[in-house]
Design a protein around this ligand. Structure first.
Ligand code: G6Q
Length: 548
């Protein structure tokens, strides 16, 4: 295959961009009354409107050509078939198997992985049933009231986001907590209001070597065994989800409390496995299964729909268009649902850890931009904070606006106010405000001519800011599953086009490795001189201050 930037499909897009960029979004809408119908897609109850993007039918055709020229269909098939497409770690990528109907078969090197998934799901169901029914008792014989997930990164962000997103489906007498930070304030603050006898800890760690998680787990173990007075009591209070059974055993977790993870599930794609146990306990197994079902439906859509009907592929191509042909370095995700407040943080990991790479699959440095800087916040909060930059700043920030049209907590006119904000923002970003419009507005407000001239330049909005709108009925487990899978596949599609491996994470490994070295030195407490001068200075400054 030719290098990406030399390929005919890439060159054609570069040329096309020169023409397309001349047109304003306002003009594109004015010249095509059917633009909304033409550039929006629906799957299940999710509507994706991408008409407020700088694209024409020709742009889309060229982007689909690009996808074909990168053999996207073939890569999708290889992923779903369990090939070891995570080539740097020699692993298959099969989070999609976790949400398949349980009677399916999925093979890795000739071995069907579904029997183990079935077994894990059955064990999850039993455990979830016991905890929710109050039959799982702590050391004093009382039922569990609080579940604390100890995990970080992929073992934290997914379950945390989902349990927040599906709060209306949660059992209100059961409280779930997430402790990820090795700053001791996190676990101290969390445990302060809890009782050891009614708390169940889930140590979520694929490797069971992550120092942050293990340090918190040690604290939790002592917190339980001190009052329980019997180390064996930890079997009533600790569950582990891990691929490292030996280490979990060594920590003291009994075999029947260990849930397997597999090497073909990446951390940031692991919520669908027993890493989602805290979520399942909170919302119940039926709702957890609905989450998986929604994701599976999106998997099938991604796998089978033609590109021009395919939501993840379309979103991916919109991203490539701005990232690579308009030099947009950043991209915002703006949900207008309070329960999606952790969604940007969750997606930030999935996207940036997957596609934040600059060495291609052939081991060569890339000469094009890869994964964008993803950030975001609840839209309403953002409007009163950083939208100023979206409207009038000097950076191009393509954005996804996400909203359910039905609230799960309907109240008076709230939803209409919310949606009014939502629709108004994407319209304003697209249309902007011309000088003439700004002038008329100020005249109507009765401003003096001199004042109008003084303010005019500040009141103009160039518009032409691209957005995708993602609209759905309400934030149900099934819709959330579909939304998450849609973004996972969007990210994979982009990784295929950029010829990078979206499933390794050497940057994360680096952090773990470096910390281990410095940690040993901090514990020894001797002055160090084998780092750079700045790091030596900082470490020695720290050591001097904690010694005194
Ligand atoms: C995810 C990353 C990373 C990982 C954490 C926790 O894809 O690999 O975020 O999930 O570092 O790792 P453990 O689950 O092994 O503790």
């Amino acid at each position: 295959m030719s290098r990406l930037t030399d390929s005919p499909a890439w060159r054609a897009l570069q040329e096309h961009q020169q023409i397309q960029a001349q047109q304003s979004l306002r003009d594109l809408f004015a010249s095509d009354k059917k633009r909304f119908e033409r550039f929006s897609l629906q799957f299940g109850d999710i509507l994706l409107d991408y008409s407020k993007n700088q694209v024409s039918a020709e742009t889309m055709a060229l982007l689909y050509d690009l996808a074909d020229s990168r053999e996207l269909k073939n890569w999708i098939d290889r992923m779903f078939a369990g090939e070891r497409i995570n080539h740097t770690e020699q692993r298959a990528v099969l989070h999609t198997a976790l949400r398949k109907p349980l009677d399916a078969s999925v093979y890795v090197d000739g071995v069907d992985v579904m029997p183990e998934i079935r077994q894990s799901m059955a064990r999850m169901k039993t455990l979830v049933g016991h905890v929710r029914a109050g039959e799982w008792k702590g050391f004093s014989g009382q039922p569990i009231s609080d579940v604390v997930n100890l995990g970080v990164g992929g073992s934290d962000l997914g379950p945390q986001m989902v349990s927040e997103a599906l709060r209306p489906y949660g059992r209100h007498s059961l409280h779930v907590h997430f402790v990820s930070n090795v700053d001791s304030s996190h676990i101290s603050d969390t445990l302060r209001g809890l009782k050891p006898e009614t708390t169940l800890f889930i140590i979520s760690s694929k490797s069971f070597t992550t120092q942050d998680t293990l340090a918190n787990a040690e604290v939790a173990r002592k917190w339980v065994t001190d009052p329980a007075g019997d180390a064996l009591m930890i079997s009533r209070h600790f569950i582990a989800v891990t691929d490292n059974i030996v280490a979990a055993n060594a920590f003291g977790i009994v075999e029947e409390n260990i849930f397997r993870m597999w090497d073909w599930v990446g951390g940031r794609y692991s919520l669908w496995s027993a890493i989602g146990l805290s979520v399942a306990i909170y919302i119940g197994m039926e709702n957890f299964k609905a989450l998986l079902e929604g994701a599976h439906e999106m998997d099938e859509h991604f796998r089978t729909a033609p590109w021009d009907k395919n939501l993840p592929v379309t979103l991916a191509l919109m991203g490539i268009w701005y990232n690579n042909f308009f030099d947009a370095e950043t991209y915002a995700v703006l949900p207008y649902d309070q329960h999606l407040q952790r969604f940007p943080a969750y997606l930030q990991q999935v996207d940036m850890e997957s596609n934040g790479k600059s060495i291609d699959r052939d081991g060569k440095p890339v000469d094009y931009a890869t994964g964008p800087i993803l950030w975001g916040e609840l839209g309403i909060t953002g409007q009163h904070a950083f939208y100023q930059l979206l409207h009038q700043g000097s950076h191009l920030v393509p954005a996804d606006f996400i909203v359910p049209y039905k609230s799960l907590n309907p109240l008076g006119v709230h939803q209409d106010i919310l949606l009014a904000n939502f629709f108004a923002q994407t319209e304003a970003l697209m249309c902007g405000k011309t000088e003439a419009e700004a002038r008329t507005e100020m005249e109507q407000e009765g401003l003096a001519a001199e004042e109008i001239e003084r303010l005019l330049a500040y009141k103009v909005f160039t518009g032409n800011k691209p957005t995708n709108t993602i609209l759905f009925e309400s934030l149900t487990p099934k819709t959330l599953g579909a939304l998450m899978a849609m973004y996972e596949h969007k990210i994979f599609t982009q990784g295929v086009i950029w010829n990078i491996n979206s499933f390794d994470q050497w940057g994360v490994e680096l952090g773990k490795q470096l910390t281990a070295k410095v940690f040993t030195q901090l514990r020894q407490g001797e002055e160090v001189n084998n780092h750079d001068a700045s790091s030596n200075g900082l470490i020695n400054h720290y050591l001097r201050h904690i010694r005194n």
